[in-house]
Every structure is written in C-alpha cells, then in structure tokens.
Write a protein that binds this ligand. Structure first.
Ligand code: BG6
Length: 283
C-alpha cells in the first residue's frame, strides 16, 4: 500500500468520468456511488463525520449484531470501526474497478465480543452497477461464533412514496413499528407511506426497486443474505434523530440485504461470504 493511501480516510473507486464510488474508512461506509453521473446513494446533510458516530447514510456495514445489541452499540461495531485498505482500487479486464477493505479484531472488539476474526469487504464499481461482498473468517483457536450482518443501503430517491419494492409478496415480516408483531405481506409491490421498519424473513434473492435517483429502476441481487429489511423513519422518527434532517425522509429508502432473522454460525478456521449486486436496469 502506498503512503498516500495509508493517510487517506476516504478511498475513491473510480471506473471512469461518470461511474465512481467513495468508501470512508470509518466503518468502510460507502458514502457515494455515482452511476452514469447520477448519485444513487443518500447521505443526510446532518450526518456527523467525527470518526465516532456511524455515518447517517451510504452503506453502513452492520456486524456482528443487527439492531439492539446487549453486548455493545446498536448494529454492532463494524460501522464505527476504522477499517484499512487491503487492496487499492484496481481495474480489471472489463474496466471495472475493485477495492478491498479489512477489519480485524482488536482489544476494543474483543472487549465487546470475545472472538478473533477478519472481515473483508469488496466494493466494485461496474458499468452495470455496484457489487459489494462481505466475508468473515473465524480465527478463533477452536470456538465457533455466531453473528448477524447486513448491508444498510440508503438509496437516494426523489419521492419515496413513488418507489415500489418487489420480491416481498406473501412473506412473513417482523413489524418493528408495531411491537415486533409478525405479519404477512399482502401486497405484490411494497410502497412506503409512513414510518416503516420491517424485517422480511427469507425474502427473494432479487428486489426490483423503482423510482430511485434520477427515476431509475435498480435490481438488487443478494447472495447468502436471506433476509431483507425495509426502513424509512418518516416524520416523527426523523425529528427525533439528531443526525437526520427533519425534511429528508421523502428522499431516501433503506432496502437492506441481511442475515438477521437468525444468526449465522461459523466454525473456527472457516469463513462465510455474502454479497449484494445493485444493477441499474433502466434510464
Ligand atoms: C434499521 C433498523 O435497519 O436501521 C431500525 O431496522 C433502525 O430499527 C434503523 O432504526 C436505523 O438505525 P440506526 O442505529 O442507524 O439509527
């Protein structure tokens, strides 16, 4: 790694003049993805960049616990840890550009979650979209460990009420805005018209999301992320969040690929990999 890369806090993964992503080493949070000149990702204007608080927007990496965590901070430590750049952005024969980030256990992570691990996170900017892949290695001597994880993607949208999300029909979901009740999705396409916080179990591997930035449609493809979370804070929750503008909720929707409804167990010496590809399929 070059000295300049070592000093950087943000890594630009530029494919060409109109396709580029930026990953902040704080949490390895992708904080921008421009596809064909359009910013596809929402980051709150009130997001705090103090290298302590999680970035409010982008694609925070949630590990080793989704949601409230009895051992540590909500959504785990990965999104508030300083990652390192393992492989600098490199172009492949298709012209796509990939970088790899890494997080290993340290005194702080072991004080919360006493396991030895290595996480690696690959981000690839392609002409068709964005590929992201998380891998975890269990480096314990003999003990297995269990975790939940998720890519908390904040899509930028011009009007969230116009978005539709496919691949959730007939599924059971946990409705976190209604005391965690289990419900069944009755709509073919999910739309957002109020505070929404749902964990869909064993969702489709593919979600078509319409009317995202620039009016585009994207296809979110998951691998080894069995569940999908849909979140929009709407008015009251937005007002209660110090790092989210009161009027920003119409301009984002989180569709989050996760392994969260049950935990994933990895034996010592083994690894597990999950990935998400976001293809822009129209406009
Ligand atoms: C979602 C959760 O994934 O993230 C919500 O389902 C949560 O319950 C939201 O409110 C945002 O979490 P945080 O910790 O970034 O405010």
């Amino acid at each position: 790694m070059t000295l300049s890369a070592l000093k950087m806090s943000k890594i630009e993964i530029r494919r060409d003049s109109s396709n580029c992503a930026v990953v902040n080493l704080h949490g390895a949070t992708l904080q921008s993805w421009v596809h064909e000149g359009t910013e596809m990702i929402f980051v709150s204007k009130k997001s705090v960049f103090d290298n302590k608080k999680a970035i409010r927007g982008g694609i925070p990496v949630v590990f080793p616990c989704f949601g409230v965590w009895e051992l540590g901070p909500q959504h785990g430590f990965a999104r508030i840890s300083k990652w390192s750049l393992l492989e600098e952005p490199t172009k492949d024969s298709n012209g796509d550009v990939k970088a790899v980030f890494e997080l290993s256990d340290d005194d702080n992570t072991r004080s919360l979650w006493n396991n030895k691990f290595k996480l690696s996170y690959t981000v690839c900017v392609m002409s068709s979209g964005l590929f992201t892949e998380l891998s975890v290695n269990n480096l314990n001597d003999s003990e297995p460990f269990s975790f939940t994880w998720l890519l908390h993607t904040y899509f930028a949208v011009p009007d969230v009420t116009k978005c539709t999300i496919s691949g959730l029909s007939c599924l059971t979901y946990k409705d976190k805005v209604d005391e965690g009740k289990e419900k069944k999705e009755v709509n073919d396409l999910v739309t957002i018209s109020g505070f929404t916080d749902r964990v869909y179990k064993e969702a489709s591997e593919n979600h078509v999301i319409t009317n995202v930035a620039g009016g585009k449609t994207v296809l979110l493809k998951k691998s080894n992320f069995p569940d999908t979370v849909v979140w929009n804070p709407w008015i009251e929750k937005a007002k209660s969040m110090s790092d989210f503008g009161d009027d920003e909720y119409p301009y984002m929707v989180c569709v989050e690929a996760g392994y969260v409804a049950n935990s994933c167990t990895v034996n010592a010496g083994s690894s597990y990999t999950s990935s998400q590809t976001i293809d822009v399929v129209s406009k």
